[in-house]
Design a protein around this ligand. Structure first.
Ligand code: ATP
Length: 554
């Protein structure tokens, strides 16, 4: 056995000279043996960023190697004596920028996975980086946890037999998440799992609400009991009561048998009420009673029955708006909505897309019995990351499934996603007729609601079928530039030459900032110099939807 000092690195930071330039490298202060520790190259011209990234990389247990520009980075990457296994690359650097570094890496046959750092805002840069071959991207300022996660997955991708990225059979381990927004969601959901607190999951269709509900159940102390789901929007109004609360034999015409109902089925377990906003008014009263008293009234029964239920509800409606419109009972709203969790749309957390794409490619490769997983080309990853996914993860999952089934080459290429390519600028859609035909066939099996962005008609005729999609991608005004487009400046005077009202200018500036910072509330509040709660109050005052701040013309 080696003695302790030999097992550890000495703490040093050396300077590598190269053509008059200097770059430094440092060892892990955690003293992890070199033979098992991956060396991560950090390329950033900003010394403060380099220091922060180095601390994060070392905290994750890797050795940080630092370079302050592209040229020094390429030299370190080519050093076979001390191989670097992954790269954290800044895109905006003087001289050679990040995209040029990746191009030079490709030209030199350097295959280390690259995690690029991008600024807040426009997706164009991300798309360019993915197209240039980036493995993943993180948005500045990146948390140490997010960076560690991205590096772990990047490093696994280089192993001969890649491990599925953090995927467990059930629970939170099944949920692929890389973005800070989803990390926060999962943090809240984990908290909720520790108690019986009623949870409402809000979010668009296909964002993963049911998956999160299942994870909460499977990590709660009810995990060994039933998880029963009811889609309140899908049950005919005249059957809701009987389906939820059950009925006695002969309770009404046609009730030939006793039916125990979902509440009884879920007794001692969890009841997941999906589309809760669609519950008819009379059933809302009965649900309120069940929640308040812990007892239900089975149709036709003489006595109420006690039940012990953990309730998780989900909605893709704005429940408070439903309350205001008197379609949803206020008392029930407050009973159910004790612990609200908002699950953001996929277009609001594009950092999740590369990992989801790889995850589904691997899963569907396994399911379709392929030997080894299909790869995903850089061009495809760029295209899929740039797309808005109106149907969220469900749409992404279905798109990858179809592409894997149709893929003959072992690599997912843009032509396997005609319904997406049709909506992204710059993709040539001259499809192989055989592929187009397969899409037409597959599309006829697809449920229209599963692919909101691509109906069968779109898929079978990708070129002609391209529809006018209203892009809600919150692109940074003047994206592709470093600063705001001056054409977007908030004007101080009105067309009649008079100074505009303060409230009007404020509203416009807030809308501008929301679009500019891609809806990142903390950033918007910070830049406007106000607190988050003030920002939320102002959004309410001006009826601004943070998801869609660009006001439509009156
Ligand atoms: N983070 C994720 N990681 C992996 N798969 C996911 C993730 N989120 C969602 N999915 C998958 O996407 C699909 C849709 O998810 P889910 O049904 O949970 O969405 P939902 O928000 O409940 O949709 P709806 O409102 O339409 O019922 C499922 O197949 C689910 O497994």
């Amino acid at each position: 056995m080696q003695s302790f000092p030999e097992m550890r690195f000495s703490a040093f930071a050396g300077i590598v000279q190269r053509g008059g330039r200097a770059c430094c490298h440092a060892d892990s202060r955690y003293g992890v043996p070199m033979s098992v520790t991956s060396r991560i190259l950090i390329v950033d011209d900003d010394p403060v960023q380099r220091r922060l990234l180095k601390a994060a990389v070392e905290r994750a247990g890797y050795v940080a190697v630092l370079a302050f520009d592209g040229a020094a980075a390429l030299e370190l990457l080519s050093d076979t004596a001390q191989p670097v296994e992954a790269v954290v690359l800044d895109l905006m650097m003087p001289g050679m920028d990040g995209i040029e570094v990746m191009a030079a890496m490709t030209a030199a046959g350097l295959r280390q996975p690259v995690v690029v750092q991008t600024g807040q805002g426009g997706i164009d840069t991300v798309v360019r980086a993915m197209r240039a071959g980036a493995f993943d991207f993180v948005v500045k300022p990146v948390s140490p946890e997010r960076l560690a996660h991205a590096l772990a997955i990047a490093l696994r991708s280089t192993q001969a037999e890649p491990v599925r990225p953090g995927v467990a059979k059930e629970g939170f381990g099944t949920i692929i998440a890389a973005s800070p927004a989803m990390e926060r969601v999962l943090q809240l959901a984990r908290r909720a799992a520790n108690s019986d607190i009623p949870v409402v999951l809000e979010g668009e269709s296909g964002v993963g609400k049911e998956m999160i509900a299942r994870a909460i159940q499977s990590e709660s102390n009810r995990r060994s009991k039933a998880f029963v789901t009811v889609n309140c929007g899908a049950i005919p109004a005249n059957l809701v009561e009987s389906i939820l609360f059950g009925h006695e034999k002969g309770a009404f015409t046609g009730a030939a048998e006793k039916h125990q109902g979902k509440f009884v089925e879920a007794d001692r377990g969890t009841l997941f009420l999906d589309e809760i906003g669609d519950l008819p008014a009379d059933i809302q009263v009965k649900l309120l009673r069940a929640v308040q008293l812990g007892e239900i009234e089975t149709v036709g029964a003489r006595l109420p029955r006690k039940v012990d239920i953990r309730l998780i509800s989900a909605t893709n409606k704005d429940l408070i708006e439903e309350v205001k419109a008197e379609r949803f009972r206020e008392d029930l709203y407050y009973r159910l909505n004790v612990f609200p969790i908002h699950v953001p749309a996929l277009r609001r957390r594009k950092e999740d897309i590369p990992q989801l794409v790889r995850h589904f490619a691997m899963r569907f490769s396994e399911m379709t019995g392929r030997t080894g997983s299909v790869g995903v080309s850089a061009e495809t990853l760029a295209m899929l990351t740039g797309y808005d996914w109106p149907g969220n993860i469900r749409e992404l999952e279905n798109a990858i499934h179809r592409a894997v089934v149709l893929c003959d080459t072992g690599m997912l290429t843009p032509d396997l996603f005609p319904q997406i390519a049709a909506q992204r600028p710059g993709y040539d859609l001259r499809l192989d007729p055989a592929v187009a035909e397969s899409f037409a066939k597959l599309a006829s099996f697809a449920q229209a609601e599963d692919v909101p962005g691509g109906s069968p008609a779109d898929i079978s005729s990708p070129v002609g079928g391209a529809r006018d999609v209203v892009s809600i991608e919150p692109e940074r005004p003047g994206s592709g530039h470093d600063g705001p487009d001056l054409g977007q400046a908030v004007l101080a005077t009105s067309p009649d030459g008079e100074v505009r009202a303060l409230a009007e200018v404020e509203e416009e500036l807030i809308r501008f900032a929301l679009a500019f910072y891609n809806g990142q509330m903390s950033e918007v509040a910070r830049r406007l110099g106000i607190g988050r709660s003030t920002l939320y109050r102002k959004l309410k005052d001006y009826s601004i939807d943070p998801e869609n701040p660009v006001r439509t013309a009156a």
